[in-house]
Design a protein around this ligand. Structure first.
Ligand code: ATP
Ligand code: MG
Length: 567
């Protein structure tokens, strides 16, 4: 490619709302432009990178016997009603009608379309397993589209769906996909972890996420310092905690007058005790699939925090929000003094508190707490894991210390079971001639998000630093002064030679100053530059490594060999 003919509108100006390096640099480097909130165009440079990632994804999936298809992006709502997701999905699902009043959605994932494609076409266990995937546009009307390609509304996703005759075969495919996805992210040069994850709105029996470790990530992940255990904080587990005291404090059970002590801090101070022995009450409003809602009170140790996703799953709610004081008072509940014996309301107690004694909790009476409270043999149906695991907690697998880091989700694999095939009546005949719903898995990679993730993990203050597998071109041949015929001739010769060897090279033959071209090289982030400049007279050229910005002087009769090795 010749820079003089290439459309790369680099710019010094970063968009006002860009806070992350990848967002700024991809726009400044002329990779993408923004069309509207969460919607982006890919310019030639961006498209090359996107296609490279796409090809790696395709290559590895095809190697794992997955087959590429392409589904319609516009999906009849009927299918979504069949699966029950039409009501469940919420505002992220863009719904609209055509001129004949037929209802459609823009696909945010394609379980329904894929089940519809397979049902009545795959009829026997003999045709299983089958894994179909597509790399196609998705739309999600995200509440907060931001960070450029990281959280768009329109984005490119690889989404795969597998069909099996048994859970055992699904397990096999799930493991194969964990391996295949890992290969893809390794090839892209990413530092990532596979973590246990929540199954979310899609529903299912098991799921893992692929998290690229990045300070700017939106996900919190818990990793063990000693073993391979890693989990999204939404599902992370820990070993049962131990008392901060050598001996458990013993309390005389009874109500205690505690005026104005509505917070855990003031209560701990009042009784001069570690918050570990206090019971914290968190009042929420759970909103369910059928549109109904109710107040739920969650109880935890005073120094633990409620994990929202766990709280949501514990009551099978769709959403959860803070309950107001008025809502509580209407139920006869006294905010600030709520204890597990509260009446007229659903309660959930953290597993950590099971069978515990010598606790202090609200007495469900204004200005009173109960001291010496015991949970022995009480509320056996109300326990769930609802506490947030934190830095310093103990790994349940190996006893190591857990720490918390940030990650960006780049892939997600789910075991779906018959969650879609059953309601949609997608069935096959098993070996005994019996009709059964398909056992399914679903798998997704954020292909356009990956473009940004690579830069999030690999950039410096001057610009992008592409990994070898994702770079739009491996080498930028910079002609220092194109008016100098010798320079241009030599650069052209090398360019042609490398092209003929199938190398990915671009030649900067623009009528611009050397400094300008160098700045573009640094901003765009090609792995290497070859500078053909003044030293050509002495038979020398320079090679710049973008990552280290180190320059190496090479004799012109050795340069071809040198570059052949390098790129
Ligand atoms: P997130 O938690 O980041 O919102 P998700 O769990 O909703 O993602 P999935 O349904 O698992 O996403 O989709 C599969 C993959 O698609 C994700 O792992 C992610 O890489 C990508 N993806 C999801 N939402 C977006 C988005 N808004 N913009 C770009 N990529 C996305
Ligand atoms: Mg996900």
């Amino acid at each position: 490619m010749r820079f003089s003919k290439f459309f790369v509108p680099t710019t010094k100006n970063a968009p006002n709302d860009a806070v992350l390096p990848s967002h700024k640099l991809l726009i400044q480097g002329g990779f993408i432009t923004q069309v509207g909130s969460g919607i982006y165009n890919f310019l030639p440079l961006g498209k090359i990178v996107l296609d490279k990632i796409r090809n790696i994804v395709k290559e590895e999936l095809d190697n794992a016997s997955c087959q590429e298809v392409q589904l319609g992006f516009v999906t009849p709502s009927e299918l979504w009603k069949e699966s029950g997701r039409f009501a469940k999905y919420g505002k992220e699902l863009l719904r609209f009608k055509d001129r004949k009043e037929n209802e459609f959605v823009l696909s945010p994932t394609a379980e329904e379309m894929m089940v519809d494609l397979v049902r009545n076409r795959v009829k026997s266990y003999k045709q299983l397993p089958l894994h179909l995937y597509q790399i196609n546009t998705k739309f999600r009307d995200e509440a907060r589209p931001r960070f450029g390609l990281l959280r768009g509304r329109e984005f490119l996703m690889e989404d795969g769906y597998s069909f099996h005759d048994s859970f055992e075969d699904l397990d096999r495919e799930f493991d194969l996909m964990e391996e295949t996805y890992s290969k893809i992210f390794k090839r892209l040069g990413l530092d990532f972890r596979v973590v246990d994850a929540d199954s979310g709105a899609i529903g299912g029996t098991g799921s893992k996420e692929f998290m690229v470790l990045a300070d700017n990530g939106e996900d919190d992940i818990i990793v063990c310092d000693s073993c391979q255990n890693a989990a999204n904080i939404e599902v992370a587990k820990r070993k049962k905690r131990v008392s901060p005291y050598d001996e458990e404090p013993v309390m005389q059970p009874g109500e205690f007058y505690t005026p104005d002590t509505k917070t855990i801090e003031s209560l701990a101070e009042f009784f001069m005790i570690e918050p570990y022995y206090l019971i914290k009450a968190v009042a929420k409003k759970a909103i369910y699939e059928n549109g109904e809602s109710e107040v739920v009170i969650y109880f935890l140790r005073g120094d633990d925090s409620l994990e929202e996703t766990k709280a949501l799953n514990a009551v099978n709610a769709l959403e959860i929000e803070d309950a107001s004081e008025e809502e509580l008072e209407k139920l006869g509940i006294t905010p600030g003094f709520i204890g597990p014996d509260v009446k007229n309301v659903k309660i959930v107690i953290d597993e950590e508190l099971k069978e515990q004694e010598n606790l202090i909790c609200g007495a469900n009476k204004k200005d009173y707490h109960f001291v010496g409270y015991s949970l022995k043999d009480k509320f056996s149906d109300n326990y769930a894991d609802i506490a947030e695991v934190r830095e310093g907690d103990i790994c349940p697998h190996c006893g190591g210390v857990l720490s918390q880091t940030k990650g960006i989700e780049v892939g997600h694999i789910f075991k779906l079971g018959d969650r879609y095939s059953k309601p949609m009546k997608a069935e096959f005949l098993d070996q005994n001639g019996k009709s059964k719903p398909f056992i399914m898995g679903t798998y997704g990679i954020g292909v356009s998000r990956l473009v940004a993730v690579i830069i999030e993990q690999s950039h410096d203050e001057k610009g992008c630093v592409w990994t070898k597998q994702s770079a739009p071109f491996m080498l930028d041949i910079i002609v220092s002064n194109i008016k100098n015929e010798e320079e241009l001739k030599f650069a052209d010769k090398i360019y042609d030679k490398l092209l003929s060897m199938g190398k990915e090279v671009i030649i900067d033959d623009r009528k611009e100053r050397f400094g300008f071209k160098m700045k573009d090289f640094e901003l765009i982030g090609f792995p290497y530059a070859l500078i053909v400049g003044k030293s050509l007279k002495e038979g020398k050229v320079e090679v710049v490594d973008r990552k280290t910005l180190e320059k190496t002087t090479v004799d012109i009769d050795k340069i071809e060999e040198y570059l052949k090795e390098l790129i």
